[in-house]
Design a protein around this ligand. Structure first.
Ligand code: 5GP
Ligand code: MN
Length: 362
């Protein structure tokens, strides 16, 4: 079809050539050069992500694994705890090792590795007991992560808190090594998963480069429409009933401070047959209310009270999570875990929030 626009291939070739020269002349940092060197011979590689892996943890780990296998490496992906079943369609997930289900297999994989990638977490306490194996391993350790304040437990760090997701950074590292063409559609789908889930479908945490990565992955063959459908429209009836229960019976609004609080009791866990991952995303609903700046979701899990915090704008829930709830994360999305009673933590939330939010006129 004739068009009034400049034909795409012309601009593409020039852009790619320009990009190629720039990458190799300017942007190939010492770290990228070191990593290319490490990956130039087949290695035993472990990729580890954090406990309760989310879309970004899972997508970045599987995406990096897919790419490394293309380079000829022997790769194991290890998660400290099981993944939500909604991600079971992602390429390579069934070959991953879950420490909670197979601690021996997970430890053996780490111990025989010459290279360990740590993805989407910034401190060894986020990977439970596997932290010891990683700490004492002689392997080359590489961090790829976008959380604030990474601890110095790796040899090479690709840490960028301005990145939307670890998936964005995994793409960047692969691309800067000059290996973009090694990303197949299945690997691209894994990486796109973290882009979509960590940005709430490109609604927050993005920067211009995030969209460049999305565009590149789409060009490499990712069907983002199908992918989003698989990720977001695969809920079971019980998920929607649980959401309804949370909104109708387990929500309190501190109108004078713009805070929404939600909670689930141990009995709710039994009544609604709540499994790992079933509560993901529910906390965000509170931010849909006008004037709500912070949302807190308090979960009475078997041995610990988990808290998920979300905020809008300048309020750092990362600081709140770190200072009061033994946790961390990002400025607008953080979490923690405390050994206390559910009521104590709800009371604590109510006490702490006024320290961070101005009282609103009602
Ligand atoms: P979520 O509320 O979805 O569980 O987690 C939101 C963010 O906070 C994620 O980036 C996650 O890594 C971080 N986060 C959640 N729980 C904890 C925790 O117990 N400790 C730390 N350091 N970060 C957490
Ligand atoms: Mn992430």
């Amino acid at each position: 079809m004739k068009s009034n626009f400049i034909e795409y291939p012309e601009t593409k070739i020039n852009f790619e050539l320009f990009g190629f020269i720039l990458i190799f002349a300017t942007f190939m940092t010492e770290e990228i050069r070191q990593l290319r060197e490490i990956l130039s011979f087949p290695k035993e590689i472990s990729i580890i992500s954090h406990r309760n892996p989310d879309g970004d943890a899972i997508g970045s780990s599987l995406g990096l694994a897919g790419f490394l296998r293309k380079l000829g490496h022997n790769v194991k992906v290890i998660f400290p705890s099981d993944y939500p079943t909604g991600y079971a369609f992602l390429e390579g997930i069934s070959q991953s090792v879950i420490f909670d289900l197979d601690p021996k297999g997970a430890r053996e994989a780490v111990d025989k590795s010459n290279v360990i990638f740590c993805l989407d977490f910034n401190g060894l306490d986020r990977i439970d007991k596997l932290g010891e194996n990683v700490q004492f391993s002689k392997a080359k350790k590489i961090l790829i992560d976008h959380h604030l304040d990474p601890e110095p437990f790796t040899d090479i760090e690709f840490s960028d808190t301005a990145a939307s997701s670890t998936c964005e950074l995994v793409f960047k590292v692969i691309d800067q090594m000059g290996y973009r063409d090694k990303i197949c559609p299945e690997t691209g789908e894994c990486l796109f998963t973290g882009l979509i889930t960590d940005t709430g479908s490109f609604r927050y945490g993005t920067r211009p480069y995030t969209y460049e990565v999305a565009a590149a992955l789409k060009e490499l063959g990712v069907d983002d429409y199908k992918l989003a459908d698989k990720i977001f429209n695969s809920q079971k009836e019980k998920h929607l009933r649980l959401l309804g229960h949370c909104l109708a019976n387990r929500m309190e609004v501190m109108k004078d401070y713009g805070v929404g609080i939600m909670w689930l009791t141990r009995k709710d866990y039994a009544d609604f047959d709540i499994q790992r991952g079933d509560t993901e995303g529910i906390v965000n609903y509170m931010l849909m209310m006008e004037d709500i700046k912070v949302a807190a979701f308090v979960l009475e899990q078997p041995s610990i009270i988990k808290i998920s915090l979300r905020s809008k704008g300048d309020i750092s829930v990362q600081e709140i999570a770190q200072k009061y709830f033994n946790g961390g994360g990002h400025k607008n999305a953080a979490g923690g875990g405390v050994y206390a009673s559910l009521q104590d933590i709800i009371d604590k939330v109510k006490k702490v929030m006024p320290l961070y939010l101005p009282k609103l006129p009602i």
